[in-house]
Write a protein that binds this ligand. Structure first.
Ligand code: HEC
Length: 108
């Protein structure tokens, strides 16, 4: 019994760290830290408050049931709030969307 529980506990302690570390180097995160961080909390695990209170932390955006890759793509094509109308290349859009979606741990 104990032999089964201990590896599970170890996995629970270390897995989130590995998950956050993988995100550390994602290209989408770099874009978020350049273009979105003035209003949003963008880092893994950051649940707010965002620099602009009305702007939801990306961690929470990722957890919302309504957040899908498609919804994010559509959203990023329009300007929102007072966000300057940023133009992203296809690659940048892919990276950003992948980053935001990845903030939600598996099985959201
Ligand atoms: C000037 C401030 C500002 C900047 C810069 C900004 N945002 Fe926002 N964002 C907001 C505010 C305020 C809201 C909430 C109100 C709204 O949806 O318009 C929001 C909402 C959102 C939502 C919607 C969440 C939902 O409710 O579905 C997403 C996704 C988002 N922002 C992504 C981004 C991304 C990605 C960037 C960077 C490329 C970015 N934002 C840059 C202010 C900003």
């Amino acid at each position: 019994m104990v032999r089964r529980i201990i590896p599970l506990l170890i996995a629970m302690v270390y897995a989130p760290g590995a998950w956050a570390q993988k995100l550390e180097s994602s290209p989408g995160r770099r874009i978020a830290e350049r273009d979105c961080v003035s209003c949003h909390a963008v880092k893994p695990g950051e649940v707010g408050p965002s620099p602009v209170q009305a702007a939801p932390p990306f961690q929470l955006v990722a957890r919302m049931p309504s957040t899908t890759e498609l919804a994010l793509r559509v959203f990023l094509r329009t300007s929102h709030a007072d966000m300057p109308n940023l133009q992203f290349t296809e690659q940048e859009t892919d990276d950003l969307v992948a980053y935001i979606v990845s903030l939600s741990p598996p099985g959201k």
